[in-house]
Design a protein. Structure first.
Length: 175
């Protein structure tokens, strides 16, 4: 505390800082510099030319396509197993591609760079939008799907909810 008061007294003894307006301007400039330094430690810009980062990103996308297909399968199994007259449903969902991400970019002269966010000791790109993979096929095996009316209702509901053509959905009677 004593050091702080010594520093303040030294600053106030500087002749140029005796003017209120100049002192206020210096304080504002120092605060702005502190804020800029703090913000620069939160985000870091990198170009996308790093091959190692591209390979790591591709691996993440491939596993996320599988995760998405599994998540949709589990959701459908849960819903189908709750339909009266249907039980023991197993679902397989096939996707045509991996999810696609759109990242936050900034113009840096004549090129665009992806904005990265510091998370712990690593940097991750800041995602703006994720485009989910297109579902290209659904296979359902369940007990009780031999009722044509129930099968037709299930087929139409899945087609509508997941925007999948009816010809890409197959429903089979299970044990």
């Amino acid at each position: 505390m004593a050091e702080k008061s010594k520093l303040l007294s030294k600053i106030s003894n500087i002749k140029i800082l005796k003017n209120k307006h100049i002192r206020l301007a210096v304080i504002i400039i120092l605060v702005c510099i502190a804020v800029l330094l703090a913000l620069s430690s939160f985000t870091k810009k990198k170009t996308t030319n790093n091959t190692a980062n591209k390979n790591q990103s591709l691996q993440t996308v491939d596993s996320s396509a599988l995760n998405y297909a599994n998540q949709v399968s589990k959701t459908l199994e849960g819903i189908i197993n709750n339909i009266k007259g249907i039980s023991n449903a197993k679902v397989v969902v096939v996707v045509s591609e991996s999810p696609k991400m759109e990242y936050l970019t900034e113009d840096e002269g004549d090129k665009k760079v992806i904005v990265y966010d510091k998370q712990g000791s690593s940097y991750k790109p800041v995602a703006v939008v994720e485009f989910l993979p297109k579902i290209t096929g659904i296979l359902i095996v369940a007990k009780g799907t031999n009722d044509l009316s129930l099968k037709n209702n299930l087929l139409n509901a899945i087609s509508a909810v997941y925007n999948v053509d009816i010809s890409c959905i197959d429903i089979l009677e299970g044990k």
